[in-house]
Design a binder for this molecule. Sequence first.
Ligand SMILES: [Zn+2]
Length: 174
Amino acid sequence: MKCPYCGGLESRVIDSRSLDDGVRRRRSCSACGARFTTYERVQSHNIFVVKKDGRREEFNRDKLSAGIRKACEKRPLPTGTIDKLIDGVEAELYHLGKAEIPSSLIGDLVMQRLEKLDHIAYIRFASVYREFADIGALKQAVDNLAVGAEVTPANQLPLLPSEAVNSLVGQRGR
Ligand SMILES: [Zn+2]
């Protein structure tokens, strides 16, 4: 969203309000700090989410947002980060131009982003979303994080302690 004052392309959402037919967003330009308002309208086509059991329901940003916010609860994330993540996922969904999207794809898009943002939030979201039907999937997710951690800067958030994961694994049995 281009800043009307300086033309900067980065802005963060400082307030978001649902309207009958869209969303009104108050934004703050990352370059010059100016505040401006954008309106987002529902597109002519609605996206339907196909759930695991085959049921379809209309894509609901609020629902997606609630799940992500829950995963990010009490995590030290800068203001606006979660909104930006949700915006990104939503934009990508509409960009696909499909009428129906499997819920698993939405989960994957969220997880890709959370993985870069906060490992604890990632694991929380993944454990709810994927339900970790098999313990191998949980271990795999944690192992993947561990591999990624080696190349990330030292100021990154700590990983889920391996003891915690092991106790989880133990509880579920093998
Ligand atoms: Zn600006």
